[in-house]
Design a protein around this ligand. Structure first.
Ligand code: URA
Ligand code: URA
Length: 315
């Protein structure tokens, strides 16, 4: 019983922290220490601590017992008293500069990612990513001033993957929107701001992870890329994955999920369970733009991200 209460409290604290990470900066609740063995809690108190709803706009007005205070120390103690604080920070490594290369497109020459079959200890065959023989720079040179698909006609900038090229964790979205097209950096608009909060909610910073898209040019009116457009562009993403070799890839929304996993199954079915991409763990979750439209789904994404966090924590 004691244990269950401790676990429940730790979970509630994490959710409070997540609310804060999602923008409820002055949100503070007074929670007893999880570790205290003398701690006894009544049912009504537990209810008092339960987050009202996973719905940001209502947080500030939510009852009960929410004090509006400057709370960096509260936040710190929340961090320290939850499992989040035990997450190792990933070493900072060089981020690749955005759009450094302006080169004419080469001939279409995209070697397929060849996978190796590796017998495991128990004799079954699993497929693993091969060692890549190329570098990110070479992939960027190959992309060049790409005109391989019609999306190049509407683009301002090609939006390459950015972030930590030695990351354990990678996020993949669909395609650039207006802000990304203007800046040449993925996920910098409203969805990007929410993605940053999602990353921070598991104790990481945006610079710790690698962020990319299936398509690198903005589709007209932000429409979903066609399968032909996705097929051409995703080869570069797959080659980058083979170079970077992240331990976990979070695929955001239907386009990323279906293209990486080569499935027609939808995100609602696939989210929340680890999938496999040649030995790399893949966690499908909702796209942040979808979460902006339906904030009630944030809770599910939070559950998915906790699984990602726990997996990375255990590496
Ligand atoms: N949506 C995406 O899928 N990717 C971006 O880079 C921005 C918004
Ligand atoms: N459809 C998408 O493409 N993404 C979501 O996250 C939800 C529905």
């Amino acid at each position: 019983m004691q244990n269950e209460i401790s676990t429940l409290l730790a979970d509630i604290k994490e959710q409070v922290l997540y609310f804060q990470e999602l923008g409820a900066e002055n949100f503070s609740v007074d929670l007893p220490e999880v570790q205290s063995s003398k701690f006894k809690v009544q049912q009504e108190k537990l209810e008092r601590f339960a987050p009202p709803d996973f719905n940001l706009p209502t947080i500030e007005s939510a009852k009960p017992k929410i004090s509006i205070v400057e709370n960096s120390s509260t936040r710190q103690s929340l961090l320290e008293s939850t499992k989040l604080s035990r997450l190792p920070t990933l070493p900072k490594r060089n981020s690749y500069p955005t759009n450094p290369i302006k080169e004419p497109a080469r001939e279409l020459e995209m070697p397929k990612i060849i996978t190796e079959e590796m017998p495991t200890l128990f004799g079954e065959i699993t497929q693993t990513l091969p060692e890549s023989t190329e570098t990110i720079e070479e992939i960027r040179l190959d992309i060049g001033d790409c005109i391989r698909c019609p999306l190049h006609q509407g683009r301002t900038k090609i939006v390459h993957s950015t972030g930590n090229l030695k990351a354990d964790l990678m996020f993949v979205g669909e395609a650039p929107g207006a802000n990304e097209d203007a800046e040449g950096v993925p996920f910098v608009g409203r969805a990007g701001q929410l993605l940053n909060k999602i990353i921070e909610s598991i104790g990481l910073k945006r610079e710790d992870v690698l962020v990319g898209n299936v398509n690198r040019c903005r589709p007209p009116n932000n429409r979903t890329p066609t399968q032909a457009e996705a097929n051409v562009c995703k080869q570069f993403l797959l080659r980058e994955i083979a170079v970077v070799r992240p331990k976990v890839i979070v695929v955001l929304g239907n386009t990323a999920t279906q293209n990486l996993l080569e499935t027609k199954v939808g995100i609602t079915k696939l989210r929340g369970e680890f999938q496999d991409y040649f030995g790399v763990k893949v966690m499908p979750t909702f796209h942040p733009a979808y979460l902006l439209r339906d904030p009630s789904k944030k809770r599910e994404t939070w559950e998915d991200m906790k699984k990602v966090r726990d997996f990375i924590n255990a590496i």
